[in-house]
Ligand binder design. Structure first.
Ligand code: BTN
Length: 321
């Protein structure tokens, strides 16, 4: 039992509750309760103490593990590590994975000093954004590892739609957009052998209450909704959406592919894809079950692209086929 989570649950009744009452309910000494309350205060919870007891006045919107103690998931988020700031959650998660940490474990940071994006880019990670690395150990072939990012992008888009009724879309290979503007992205790093995946770290970065870097084509939930939102609520929903889909990765991936296709902003469009060998332009026809993009080139040949950087060239969706 996470005592701090339990104390907060009791205090969230809105009433003034005595230390004695909390201690009886949780079968923990009053001194221990007092200590937990002090720690909560140090972490930014405003808790007034009076002779009658404790009164919770304000909760910071920080992603402490005890805020998620009531999550009922099968795999994702069963264990959460939280840091105020780290260079990159990817490295922390990799170290945990190397030491045998269970799959589903989340590494969350309030800020990162060396956040990284795809293709060696930086991921500016100031407070207010969401920075998570998720340790996964799917029992699938290494060539299917992309499924983890496809699943994550669908889960992010569904969370945004579910909480704020915004039309979030997925862009191949692993961005999430609102309109044409990027709101989040996923970086996958993995350790594999010939035919097994030791682990995949899915790094998720989402602009929530942070102002994204002054680049073209970026947005945040705050910008779209017009006010700050609860990052705790967002993370709970995201964990739920990830957890619902994770079990489908191995044998029922077609369900996730169906969702991805219906959320896709890329399919049916003229796109440019830069890979390590090529720069290609064509119509995005579909993705296959390892997440590769099927691109119809000008000479009507179809190219299967496993990884690359994709730019949408036209605003409007175009009929293909
Ligand atoms: C992209 O380029 O779109 C992917 C961005 C991924 C950023 C996340 S934030 C959490 C995790 N830690 C990192 O350093 N990167 C990923």
């Amino acid at each position: 039992m996470e005592i701090k989570g339990e104390i907060l649950r009791i205090l969230r009744s809105g009433k003034v509750v005595s230390g004695e009452e909390i201690s009886k309910k949780l079968e923990v000494s009053r001194v221990a309760i007092w200590k937990h309350i002090q720690t909560l205060k140090e972490h930014g919870y405003v808790i007034q103490s009076s002779p009658k007891g404790y009164h919770l006045v304000k909760t910071p919107d920080l992603l402490f593990p005890w805020e998620f103690s009531k999550i009922k998931s099968e795999v994702i988020g069963k264990k959460i590590y939280h840091f105020m700031d780290v260079p990159s959650t990817m490295d922390v998660a990799r170290d945990f994975a190397e030491r045998g940490e269970k799959e589903g474990t989340l590494v969350i940071a309030e800020a990162q000093t060396k956040g990284r994006g795809r293709l060696g880019r930086d991921w500016i990670s100031i407070e207010g954004g969401l920075y998570i690395s998720l340790i996964l150990k799917p029992k699938i072939k290494p060539s299917y590892a992309h499924r983890a990012t496809i699943m994550s992008s669908v889960a992010i888009a569904k969370t945004i739609d579910r909480l704020y009724n915004l039309d979030a879309r997925v862009k191949w290979p692993n961005d999430v957009l609102i309109g044409e503007n990027k709101i989040g992205g996923i970086l996958a790093e993995m350790k594999t052998e010939m035919d097994i995946i030791h682990y995949v770290i899915a790094g998720i970065g989402i602009n929530i209450n942070n102002d994204p870097p002054e680049k073209e084509n970026t947005t945040s939930i705050k910008k779209e909704v017009g006010k700050e939102v609860s990052r705790v609520e967002f993370t709970k929903s995201l964990v739920d959406e990830l957890d619902k889909r994770y079990s489908l990765i191995k044998n029922k991936f077609h369900h996730i592919l169906r969702e991805w296709r219906s959320l896709s902003s890329t399919l049916g469009r003229l796109v440019k894809v830069v890979t390590t060998e090529d720069e290609l332009e064509g119509y995005a026809l579909d993705i296959d079950d390892n997440g590769s993009l099927l691109l119809k080139l000008r000479d009507d040949t179809i190219k299967r692209i496993f990884a690359g950087d994709c730019t949408h060239l036209r605003k409007k969706h175009i009929r293909i086929g």
